[in-house]
Design a protein around this ligand. Structure first.
Ligand code: ADP
Ligand code: MG
Length: 262
């Protein structure tokens, strides 16, 4: 699923529904209040198809504070992407609560959720999710298009984001003209361009060779050092060990939550 194209704000130019009408960072307004930026409370998710029910999350409790770098680690099918979709407001819980910056996301309407996804969360996916017909900078500016940022400003910020990931000389290259590692760095630039508080990455190195994996993980390190909250989802221990905290999931439950001493 592509959160960018799923953003209903883009289809609604009515200023009454403009994202600008909302506080840019609701939780920053409450930043003085101690408390986690992300909080799952007895969070459950049951998928239903026809008469078949599958309990993918079995009552998870998880708190992540601003500036943390957390890996969610577990085998295939353990519920990692389900967690990512919940944290990214791409899907909803069937029981329990998700509090984002102290706000129960269930209280937000579709427009507000779209604004949260667009302005506060940067997404990075295993499959890059770039548009192949557009040059790198046009891919990177997309979240700003949906955020109604003026054109000149968009190009400037997209260029800066690409420079930040080491692709300042590739602004006009299309995804097909770049390596997998470079494409993922374009995706990281796109995740960064809106200056989100939090980056959610689902198996971001899953399609990368070891050199590109190192590049992307180095980038996450830098971003975390600059204060970004990072949630990195992976089934690879080597990747998870780059985070400062590792949350282990198995069969839809957290089985271990530890500071990463490595
Ligand atoms: P992971 O990302 O750790 O591989 P997922 O969160 O994608 O795991 O999936 C967890 C479990 O939920 C799996 O058993 C998967 O088959 C199931 N699942 C995921 N999405 C759906 C869905 N839309 N409908 C039914 N079952 C699903
Ligand atoms: Mg997954």
């Amino acid at each position: 699923m592509n959160p960018v194209s799923a953003n209903p704000v883009s289809a609604n130019p009515d200023p009454a529904h403009s994202v600008a009408a909302l506080p840019a960072h609701p939780w920053v307004l409450e930043a003085d209040a101690p408390g986690p930026v992300i909080e799952l409370i007895d969070a459950g998710k049951t998928y239903t198809s026809g008469t078949i029910e599958f309990e993918a999350l079995k009552g998870i409790n998880l708190a992540i504070h601003e500036g943390e770098y957390v890996a969610i680690m577990g085998p295939s099918g353990s519920g990692k992407s389900t967690i990512m979709n919940i944290l990214g407001c791409l899907d909803t819980l069937t029981r329990g609560q998700y509090r984002l910056g102290g706000t129960d996301v269930e209280e937000l309407d579709e427009i507000e959720l779209a604004s949260v996804r667009n302005q506060q969360i940067g997404f990075v996916f295993q499959g890059f999710n770039l548009l192949s017909s557009l040059p790198a900078w046009r891919n990177v500016e997309l979240p700003l298009v949906y955020g109604h940022v003026p054109r000149e400003e968009r190009k400037k910020r997209a260029s800066r984001a690409l420079e930040r990931v080491g692709l300042g000389d590739r602004l006009d290259n299309k995804p097909g003209e770049m390596s997998g590692g470079q494409q993922q760095r374009v995706a990281v630039a796109r995740a960064l361009v809106g200056e989100p508080t939090m980056i959610l990455a689902d198996e971001p190195t899953g399609n990368l060779d070891s050199v590109s994996t190192r590049d992307v993980l180095n980038l996450f390190d830098e971003l975390n050092t600059l204060g970004r909250t990072i949630v990195l989802i992976t089934h690879e221990l080597e990747v998870a060990q780059r985070a400062r905290r590792i949350v282990w999931v198995k069969d839809g439950a957290i089985v271990r939550d530890e500071v990463n001493a490595a």
